[in-house]
Design a protein around this ligand. Structure first.
Ligand code: GTR
Length: 456
């Protein structure tokens, strides 16, 4: 009798779950109020590329998988079920179908070498440290340099933002003591010659790294050149950390072997391994941040490694915070074509078949729960689909609520330059284009002020 009743009850839960899955999350086009893309921009971009959709009206109807319905159809009804069952299940889906599977945990032979320590850097405003992490313990093996600035003099272990950079550590500030990046680099103007950084590129990207302001607000900053971990070009995974850690299956790479985004995210976790050994850094208050492809990376790092206490995505777009099923701006097919090394091989099966994905990016945002997560878009960056980024936050909310946390607290897209950051999910769409700006940083520091003060 009891068994029967239980069976009936679980079937009912299953049925409700399936209904939600097929109906509850459908057809969002036109759903958002507040910010809307400029009609003139939509027209201009649409003319430039007929292959890309920039028109909200042309977003196809779609149904998002429900983060709170398990693969077996059962509904997740409490925090324990989320933690013990569903969270791991979603993480596995992202590993298997999208980012790929990374080596687990800290490499046993990894070493840290603090090769620079100046307690009176930047005219006495900062403690500067530079650390080489050798992933295999071999000096000639793959490794990365971490550049760290902490407010001076350090009074207590400091809450720190960590982010990967595009142009080398030396490009974030003109400080001549910063070691010039040695790894392969994309051609980014005159400061890079034959894919190597030159002195000319010192401080070139400083507008995206307001170091002095960050220090004044009491935060530390740690940054790593992403190409140290894995050079950003497709060479069949022969260089960077893939070569050192890949375990071939049947003579080749497994279809779910880690791509470059997963490798960069793995590198961020190795930085946390270092922070845990550095008494000046509060490793319980680490915020991971990233812009664009490195915003996708920050999200994946935050999903894989819960030591990141806050996760921030700046203009991450397709493969980051934007819902794939909307096919707005950059699509799965387009990203796999342009960057075949970013995701695992399996992800290519979803080119033009987004509806077949067992996940969508709201579930990536949900993997941060109940930790604070902030997603930022830019008005001119339609390639990254601002509305799709907002909707991913919105549809991650059910998980935050289940865990007793306030999520976004806002059903509609906010107006331009009006950040939403009352709960654990923060969001803004700022004026201007695809970039990490001082304005963005101010919102992130305000968000960190809110959430880190209670963690001390
Ligand atoms: C673009 C790419 C985007 C974004 C961007 C970036 O070319 O299509 O997904 O990641 O690069 O990283 O700057």
């Amino acid at each position: 009798m009891v068994t029967r009743r239980l069976l009936t009850a679980s079937l009912a839960v299953f049925f409700v779950g399936m209904c939600l899955q097929s109906g509850g999350f459908g057809a969002e086009s036109g759903e958002s109020g507040g910010w809307k893309a400029s009609g003139e921009l939509v027209e201009r971009l649409s003319k430039r590329s007929s292959e890309t959709n920039y028109d909200e009206q042309k977003v196809p109807a779609y149904t998002l998988p429900d983060p709170l319905v398990g693969s077996d159809g059962s509904r997740v009804t409490d925090g324990r079920m989320w933690r013990q069952k569903r969270r791991g299940e979603i993480l596995e889906l992202f590993r298997g179908h999208m980012y790929g599977r990374s080596p687990v945990g800290r490499p046993k032979d990894m070493t840290f070498d603090v090769f620079d320590l100046d307690r009176k850097a930047l005219d006495g405003a900062a403690v500067r440290k530079q650390v080489t992490v050798s992933f295999t313990g071999k000096k000639d093996g793959p490794g990365m340099d971490i550049l760290i600035y902490l407010p001076a003099p350090p009074k207590e272990p400091v809450a720190t933002f960590v982010l990967l950079n595009f142009g080398g550590n030396h490009a974030i500030h003109p400080d001549t003591a910063i070691r010039l990046a040695k790894s392969w680099m994309r051609q980014r103007g005159a400061g890079v010659v034959d894919n190597r950084a030159t002195e000319k590129s010192r401080g070139r990207d400083r507008s995206s790294y307001p170091v002095e302001e960050i220090l004044k607000r009491g935060y530390g900053l740690a940054t790593i050149y992403y190409g140290d971990i894995d050079p950003d070009f497709h060479d069949g995974f022969k260089n960077g950390v893939h070569a050192a850690f890949d375990k071939p299956v049947g003579g080749g790479r497994a279809p779910d072997a880690w791509g470059s985004i997963a490798a960069w995210a793995w590198g961020l976790s190795r930085a946390v391994d270092y922070f845990e050994s550095d008494g000046d850094i509060d490793h319980k208050r680490i915020a991971v941040l990233g812009h664009s492809r490195l915003g996708k990376t920050a999200l994946w790092a935050g999903a894989e490694d819960e030591r990141f206490a806050i996760v921030i995505s700046n203009n991450s777009g397709c493969g980051g915070a934007a819902l794939s099923r909307r096919r707005f701006g950059e699509t799965v097919e387009r990203i796999n074509r342009s960057f075949p090394h970013w995701f695992c091989e399996n992800f290519k099966k979803y080119n033009g078949r987004e509806d077949k994905l067992p996940i969508d990016q709201h579930m990536l945002v949900a993997l941060m729960a109940p930790r604070p997560v902030y997603v930022a878009s830019a008005d001119g960056d339609l390639w990254a689909d601002p509305a799709g980024e907002f909707l991913a936050c919105k549809h991650a909310e059910s998980v935050y609520r289940l865990l007793g946390a306030e999520g976004l607290g806002q059903g509609e897209m906010p107006p331009l330059d009006q950040p939403v950051r009352t709960g654990k999910i923060g969001y803004h769409v700022r004026s201007g284009g695809h970039a990490l700006t001082a304005y963005d940083w101010r919102q992130y520091m305000g968000f960190a002020d809110m959430h880190f003060s209670s963690r001390r």
